[in-house]
Design a binder for this molecule. Sequence first.
Ligand code: ADP
Ligand code: MG
Length: 312
Amino acid sequence: MKLVKVDHLCKTYGTGEAQVEALKNASFTLEKGEFSAVIGESGSGKSTLLNCIGGLDTPTSGKVWLNGQDLFSMSEEKRTVFRRRNIGFVFQSFQLIPELNVEQNIIFPLLLDYQRPDQDAVDEILEVLGLTERRRHLPSQLSGGQQQRVAIARALVNRPKVLLLDEPLGALDLRLRKDMQNELKRIQQQLGITFIYVTHDQEEALAMSDTIVVMDQGKIQQIGTPTDIYNEPKNAFVADFIGESNILDGIMHQDYVVEFFNRKFKCLDKGFAPMEPVDVVIRPEDIEIVPPEKGQLRGTVTSVTFKGVHYD
Ligand code: ADP
Ligand code: MG
């Protein structure tokens, strides 16, 4: 059984002129323990998708199955309880209660749900997040990164089946984000919980996830492993959005031979009709600079930027 199943999910906000189709027919499944990233530009429907999966928002049509349960066929009361027990949320804003210390913030949602906090589970999650020494600190006595750890610990303390993270590192500076990326990946592997991680940062998505869901204008454009998405983008949008790429008009002469700029080149693709027009995607690392007599194309370097390990 798949842990998460999203089935033809649609969400429309507003009516008439103001109508927005935020989510169009999204379908996919995730396994237990899978780390998936949902990536797309601002307004592409990422948060809408996440909120529907988490039961915070109600889809206009379609279904969400979580651990074999149909989320939207339950009564609202039952869904609220189910959500608290099975789904964790982490947002960009930490939403900590300033008057409560670290440990109290972590157990607060359990108390809301009339659950008795299991002290061993609390101690363990403090340890996993590196917060043991800070358990009596107030949020105001913590750095931004530490506050986000508390929010993560709070979402994980009752071991949900799924953790939904909506741009969780967006408020942190670059250095701290990199550290937290590694940390989150470690935590996810240690606890074996399914993560659905929304980000607009493609590097973050490529580095962290088993599966990437690429969205544009409410539609899923491609689902695949990071290498699939990078090496075999399904369309020009995905190619352009993930990684750097040059997209040119070309003509497929035969399997593995494409023409552009009036030259023929070897390529990785097959199955096109003879002389079929195609979009050719060229990653910067695909280009080899060679002595003029060995080159196929001649170009002029117009600007050079030093980037540490390489020049752009
Ligand atoms: P993302 O998280 O990718 O930035 P969202 O899912 O927040 O995108 O939004 C997708 C689209 O739905 C946007 O056009 C947004 O303006 C619209 N939208 C989101 N929430 C609401 C809402 N509560 N009411 C009306 N429109 C909304
Ligand atoms: Mg969003």
